[in-house]
Every structure is written in structure tokens, then in C-alpha cells.
Design a binder for this molecule. Sequence first.
Ligand code: 6PG
Length: 241
Amino acid sequence: MNIEIFNTLNDLNRSFTEWLKEIMEEKESVSIALSGGSTPKSLFDYWATLPEGEINWKKIKFFWGDERCVPPTDEESNYRMTQEHLFDFVQVPPANINRIMGENEPEEEATRYGALLQNELQGKNGIPTFDIMMLGMGDDGHTASIFPYEMSLWDSARNCVTATHPQSGQKRISMTGKVINNSKNVVFLITGSNKAEKVKEIISDPDYAAKKYPAARVQPETENLYWFIDVKAAQKLTGDS
Ligand code: 6PG
């Protein structure tokens, strides 16, 4: 478990970008599953301001780890957030953008996107393999859109499942544990003091936490698990609370 703690979002975004560039250097093409929610906005805004050519966007195939079951124009859409904070500013070939179609019937879309992953990505043991799986974590310990009360979805035999947000009832499409843990590199981007309790529980006792929180079930077979977190999310780790 590689944990880096940053004083500012800009330091975190810069370090994560250097990490990404290192991975990209060795490869013709890189498949990345983006996380959604609000945390990645700051990273995408940082990427949008980079000098032309600093990142060769044409090498990246974009996917999502989860999506809300809403149209791509909806303010809840992870795709729309990515478009507004990144794709509107950098040149990504449209063919490289593989969005989850939140406007489709959820179960049909979970099947469609699961098949797309099977076709578009290299596989390992017959399971799609991302070069990079970006994840956030909710303050309840969910990741992607696998929530603690639906932990059984993590162990689904499918690549993607339909999940339901515990408070809003909003339907979501989410990667499952078998795809997430089959990734070559998994990276958590977690910021904010509201995440500090779960960060501490998961990092200090991952096996116990894995009984309760989907985020603690993130244990890639490659063991390439990286935590990019800010001082607020780390405050209970370092006793600064
Ligand atoms: C989503 C995300 C979800 C997110 C966490 C953290 O669709 O909401 O993929 O897993 O990463 O809920 O969200 P914040 O970054 O908004 O705290």
C-alpha cells in the first residue's frame, strides 16, 4: 500500500500527474477508469491548464468506474462533470471516450458496458484489465458505486452491476470487485476531513474494515495500490485530529 499525503490539492494533483506520466511513458496506449463525484474535479481542472503536449491525451482510452443512471446532460452525470472540467479543454479523440450510457435502462447498460470492457480491454484470466483504475471513497466507505449495504455486489460474477444509492435511491452502474482488483494499478484520490475516519479504519486495519466497507475490499492482485490523500483526509492517521 503506497500512501502519499499532500498539504494542498495542487501538490496532490501535480504528484498524481507525474505518476500518470511515468506509466504513460512505457506504453503506446493507457486505459483508465475515471472516478466520479466531486474529488476528481480539481484534478481535471489541473489537467485542463497543463501546457499543450505535457500529456499526450491521444494515448489515453477513457472509461468510468461508475456512473449515475441519468442522461449525459444531467448535472449528476460523471461524464458531464468530466466533459465540463476536462474534455472541453483538451484534445481527446472521441473514439477514446467510452462513457457509461446513464440514459439507458440500468440492467441493460450494466450488461452492455460489461461486454464493452470485455471487448475493448486486454484481459487477465478472462477478466478485463485496466492499466489504471481511479477510485474515490465516500464517507460511508463506498467506492465506485458499491455501497456498504450492497456489499454482495462487490463479489458479483459480472463486470458491471446496477447499484442503488442508499439515501437518494438513485440507480448507478458500477464496476465490480473482480474488475477493480484485476487492474494493473489502482489509485485512490481522497480529500477532505469527512473521509478521515474511514481512511484511518481502512489503512490501520484493512482486514477488519473489509468486512464493512467496499473501499477496503480494493486489493489489486498486482498489489499496486496507491493512496493520494490530502492532510485533511489523513488527519486521523497522523494524530493531527
Ligand atoms: C460517484 C463516485 C463515487 C465517489 C465517492 C466520493 O459516482 O459519486 O464514483 O464513488 O468517488 O462518492 O465522492 P466525492 O469525491 O464527491 O466525495
